[in-house]
Design a binder for this molecule. Sequence first.
Ligand code: ZN
Length: 205
Amino acid sequence: MATLSLNVGDTFPSFDEFVCKLNAFQSEIFTQFIIKVGEKLPADDALFAMFKYSKVRYVCKQGNRVHKPKSSLATRQKQRSFKVGCPVMLNVRLNRPKGESPFLKITKMKLGHQNHQVCKEVFQLYPEQRRLVTDETDRYVLSSRTMKTSERRDILEKRHKTPVLTQDIYNMQRKTLMTKDGGLSDEQRCEALIKDVITMVGLEK
Ligand SMILES: [Zn+2]
């Protein structure tokens, strides 16, 4: 078996450093971890800024989807999701040895997904993996008033060589709107905001 980049016993000098390694690990094994239980340090703890948590339990996102109650506006079948009971998990714990630098340590890790598919394609569709970096051309495409969403998607998919979801386009548009030089008129801002609201309440066809 190939050596994994994260193992039980690995230590990290800060939470950020751990998250950085975890992100790389996730792409390596096509697994999206989510925080299931996070014991936060008190805000006045000297280590709060560096570590944030004293203990975190991560689980496989795919295995822990919960059935969300449907709102009256959002009754579409595809919005439902179910827990499938996958055992994949990872625990980290803050160690504060006397007279030595504190560190985070992986205390437990369980791999081997169950009851769901594990592949690059599924992994790339997780919202957590969908932060596309936009450039000037993207911004032009995103703010164009004559292009349909499907046309925007085609262009963005070709440019970024990855599947692009309608939701990605809205997220990118929202981000573009937040940058000062987004170059959009008030009318365009309103249009994008309305689209955001429509997406949020699930009215989009
Ligand atoms: Zn899983």
